[in-house]
Structures are given as structure tokens and as C-alpha cells.
Design a protein around this ligand. Structure first.
Ligand code: G
Ligand code: G
Ligand code: MN
Ligand code: NA
Length: 253
């Protein structure tokens, strides 16, 4: 069997699982939200990370059904956490391909309504590459989500060859600093300067900022000092299955 044939059955054979990684307020350590991250438990190959099958899912169009399943599953989980009194937001990665594959604003609205989730609790993460194309179709697609009341984040910010002017044309609320920049913090002065430039740019554009890949206390404290409010990374928690994250949330603080 090829990986593609296996992927065609992954959904109905219940081999896909959504993991969750907390996003915290860097100064207080308070948890503000979770990012949904897809995993594939392959019967022979073991756990396959998304980088190894999302591109295939995009090429084959399977990302349409898989992406909707992720959104539905993660929203149902958020409802469960809300019922337990936890006030979190949920961030879900979406691919550009999902635009042609039927992920319309109305679909997202239906999923939110079914799970009684307020649209302001959902963030859709898109990659910088999508914005670089700067097409009318993309802008219209994203504006549809904004009209539903959903927030939009740019993932892996800083890795594209961007003209920053696109930030004004797209209805984004949040930037996620790619972990490459966080890794270079405290190593040389250029690393620190780049991050502080991104932080001040986000502040002046009134964008929320999240640093990804925070692994050390030194990185956390430098980011907090420079004014980056929100963080995500192994220092706080790896992405975990829902049950494990529930336990983690209950024991934390
Ligand atoms: O979990 P991990 O760090 O291995 O994820 C790697 C990348 O895979 C993420 O940065 C994200 O862009 C992508 N990814 C994870 N889950 C999903 C998903 O449900 N849909 C899409 N389109 N991409 C995802
Ligand atoms: O959506 P995005 O491409 O940002 O996906 C986040 C990816 O980064 C996930 O695959 C997750 O497993 C990974 N990740 C999350 N926190 C850390 C971290 O602190 N260090 C590293 N190296 N990877 C991380
Ligand atoms: Mn992401
Ligand atoms: Na990403």
C-alpha cells in the first residue's frame, strides 16, 4: 500500500487524532488557549507527523474532509472544556487548498453553532505563503471568516519573503513568530534585534503576537521583557492528546 492509499482510509479507520498544545500568557503563565495539531497513527509506520502527510493530503484533496474533521473534533473538545469551566480559545491550522475544497464561512459557522462555540473563541491559522499570493479570492475567503466573527492568525511569521504591506490588506488579528527566530534569541545580538523589531511592528499594527517554540526559561524571560505577551512551546507543554491535556490543565496552577 502506498501512503496515499493509506491516507484515503485514515479518517474512516479512525487513525487520525487531534493533539493540543497550550498557549500561555508569558508573564503570568496563565493559559489562554490551545492549538489543535493533527497526528496520524499509521498501523505499520507508527505516528506520522503532519509535515509528512499534510502536503500529500493537499495534493490529493483529502485535506478537505480531513480539515473539516479536525475543526469539528477540536470544537467538540473545546465545548467539553468550556462545560468544565475552562475559558480557552481554540486555534486550528487551515490550508489554502481548503478554499477550493469547500471550507466556506458557512461551514465554519455551522460547526461553531453545532458545538455552541462563540466565533470569537476560534482562531484560524494560515501560513504567510498564502498571503504572499495576495489574490482577490484569498482576501474574499478570509473576509468571509471575519464576517462570521472568527479571528485569523498568520503562522510561521517571518519565514516568507514578504513585503509587509500585505498585513494591511488582509484581515488578520494575530502573528505567530516562527520558532526559528525564538531559537536565535540570546545567541547573538541580531537574533534579539529581529525579534524586537517584530514585536514593535506587531504592537504598532495592533496585532496580537504569539512566540512559537519557546523551549527555555531564558527565551521566555527575554520575550516577556521585550513585550511579547503570548507564548507556546515545550517549556510549557508539548502537544498532547485531549485526555492528557485535560489532566495537565487541571494540575496546572
Ligand atoms: O504538530 P507539528 O508541530 O508537527 O505540526 C507541523 C505543522 O503541521 C504545523 O505547523 C501546521 O502548519 C501543520 N498542521 C498541523 N495540524 C494541521 C491541521 O490540522 N491542518 C493543517 N492544514 N495543517 C496542520
Ligand atoms: O502550526 P505550526 O507550524 O506552528 O506547528 C507547530 C509545530 O511546532 C508543531 O509541530 C509542534 O509539535 C512544534 N512545536 C511546538 N512547540 C515546540 C517547541 O518548543 N520546540 C520545537 N522544536 N517545536 C515545537
Ligand atoms: Mn500553527
Ligand atoms: Na504552520
Amino acid at each position: 500500500m502506498t501512503l496515499e492509499q493509506d491516507l484515503r482510509h485514515a479518517l474512516d479507520r479512525e487513525q487520525l487524532e487531534v493533539f493540543y498544545q497550550p498557549v500561555v500568557h508569558g508573564r503570568s503563565g496563565r493559559i489562554t488557549g490551545v492549538e489543535a495539531l493533527l497526528r496520524w497513527h499509521h498501523p505499520e509506520r507508527g505516528m506520522i507527523p503532519p509535515d509528512a502527510f499534510i502536503p500529500l493530503a493537499e495534493e490529493t484533496g483529502l485535506i478537505g474532509a480531513i480539515g473539516e474533521w479536525v475543526l469539528e473534533t477540536a470544537c467538540a473538545q473545546l465545548r467539553h472544556w468550556s462545560d468544565k469551566g475552562m475559558n480557552l480559545y481554540l486555534s486550528v491550522n487551515i490550508s489554502e487548498r481548503q478554499r477550493e475544497l469547500g471550507l466556506e464561512a458557512q461551514v465554519v459557522r455551522d460547526i461553531l453553532e453545532r458545538n455552541r462555540i462563540n466565533p470569537s473563541q476560534l482562531v484560524l491559522e494560515i501560513t504567510e505563503g498564502l498571503l504572499l499570493q495576495d489574490s482577490e479570492e484569498t482576501i474574499g475567503w478570509l473576509n468571509g471568516f471575519k464576517q462570521v466573527g472568527v479571528n485569523l492568525a498568520i503562522d510561521d511569521f517571518g519565514t516568507g519573503y514578504s513585503s509587509l504591506s500585505y498585513l494591511r490588506r488582509f484581515p488578520v488579528d494575530t502573528l505567530k513568530i516562527d520558532r526559528e527566530f525564538v531559537r536565535d534569541l540570546n545567541t547573538d545580538r541580531y537574533g534579539d534585534s529581529l525579534v524586537s523589531a517584530i514585536i514593535s511592528m506587531a504592537a504598532s499594527l495592533e496585532l496580537r503576537l504569539i512566540a512559537e517554540g519557546v523551549e527555555t526559561e531564558a527565551q521566555r524571560s527575554t520575550l516577556a521583557q521585550q513585550g511579547c505577551q503570548f507564548m507556546q512551546g515545550y517549556l510549557f507543554s508539548r502537544p498532547l492528546p485531549a485526555e492528557e491535556l485535560s489532566a495537565w490543565l487541571e494540575s496546572y496552577q
